[in-house]
Design a protein around this ligand. Structure first.
Ligand SMILES: NC(=O)c1ccc[n+]([C@@H]2O[C@H](COP(=O)([O-])OP(=O)(O)OC[C@H]3O[C@@H](n4cnc5c(N)ncnc54)[C@H](OP(=O)(O)O)[C@@H]3O)[C@@H](O)[C@H]2O)c1
Length: 323
């Protein structure tokens, strides 16, 4: 049942899960908000594996974080991951292996780039931000299912309610808008977070899936916009209303760490620019369209060739129909 009320946590990290000996994975964990997530999980005792395309650059960040935390070298590891490339995701997951994964943070994203497609013809932001993470989660699922109370934290955007998702037009170049395609991928992230949680519960797993967002954050994300005008506009907006990566991450960190969060709400920052609360809000339309979410899941399975958690849902539906 979706809670109808907001939940506001003024000090969300005052009560956290004990992450000692836990394994955590952060995609895009060596840039922007991802660095804050990597640092916080490692500081809480988790062994963190960072998925990144820029392993050389990430190694330098790893060294800085380890020195800051005075942590042993294996507390943070770097592994190559390109979410638009199914082979890269498979190699990454093979390296991770079957040992329990307690926290998976699906944070990486490309934003508002010129039109492109993955090798199957799907528009590249949808392919990277949604399908890449869908595939990765499927490949890592056995390791998530053997960890007690594992959490999958997907980073979406508070702008998702303004997106439209037409699953028959995922490769269309006509009428392509970089911004609209980005928001569409973020709607898919929110729907995936909800649907994954539903399917994990239906399968009887203790793992849970959380949807989150950072509000507007001052990170390199806005530097990839296609025109000088949109780059300047978003930079200015981020300067005026945005938060630095650390406060912007509060909802994401709450979802990964806090004992007070519930997966039925969408978690982000609220209030103060420097010391925001974590605010859980009920999901809004179109993310709450269960039929569309089920269709998105099935289209994602077809496009990626990775199918998971479908049996639990179809048997539950059969039971619901029989009752
Ligand atoms: N900044 C905002 O205002 C804002 C607002 C709403 C939502 N968000 C969301 O917050 C999350 C973090 O974004 P950010 O602001 O921290 O931006 P960012 O600094 O640009 O970080 C995004 C990371 O994604 C990784 N990435 C991009 N394409 C990838 C690919 N093909 N394969 C693997 N990794 C890839 C990059 O890592 P490597 O280059 O190391 O591979 C990059 O560090 C994203 O999901 C974004 O959509 C941000």
């Amino acid at each position: 049942m979706t809670p109808r009320t907001h939940t506001r946590l003024t000090d969300p990290l005052s009560e956290v899960r004990d992450l000692t000996g836990h394994r955590a994975i952060v995609t895009g964990g060596a840039g922007g908000i991802g660095v804050v997530v990597t640092r916080t999980l490692a500081a809480a005792g988790a062994d963190v594996i960072v998925g990144t395309r820029g392993t050389g650059r990430a190694e330098k960040i790893r060294e800085t974080l380890l020195a800051e935390l005075r942590a042993p070298g294996d507390r943070i590891r770097i592994a190559h991951l390109d979410l638009i490339d199914a082979d890269s995701i498979r190699r990454f997951a093979d390296q991770i292996g079957d040992a329990p994964i307690h926290t998976l943070v699906l944070n990486a994203a490309m934003s508002s780039v010129p039109f492109g497609r993955d090798r199957n013809g799907t528009e590249s932001q949808f392919a990277t931000n949604h399908l890449g993470h869908f595939t990765l989660t499927g490949r890592l699922l056995p390791a998530l299912l053997v960890a007690p109370d594992a959490r999958v934290v997907t980073v979406s955007s508070a702008l998702y309610p303004s997106a439209k998702l037409d699953l028959t037009r995922l490769g269309d170049h006509a009428e392509y808008s970089p911004g609209r395609a980005y928001i569409r991928s973020k709607l898919a992230n929110a729907m995936f977070a909800i649907e994954l949680n539903r399917r994990l519960a239906a399968a009887g797993s203790t793992a849970r899936s959380f949807g989150t967002h950072p509000g507007m954050a001052r990170t390199p994300l806005h530097t990839t916009y296609p025109t000088a005008l949109t780059r300047a506009a978003t930079r200015t907006l981020a300067k005026v209303i945005g938060r630095d990566p650390e406060p912007a991450s509060v909802g994401i960190l709450a979802a990964a760490l806090s004992t007070q969060v519930t997966p039925e709400l969408f978690w982000g920052p609220a209030g103060s620019r420097r010391h925001p609360d974590a605010l859980g809000t009920p999901y809004a339309s179109p993310a709450t369209d269960h039929a569309l979410a089920a269709e998105l899941w099935s289209v994602s399975e077809n496009l990626t060739g990775i199918a998971y958690l479908s049996e639990a849902v179809s048997s539950r539906t059969r039971v619901d129909h029989e009752a």
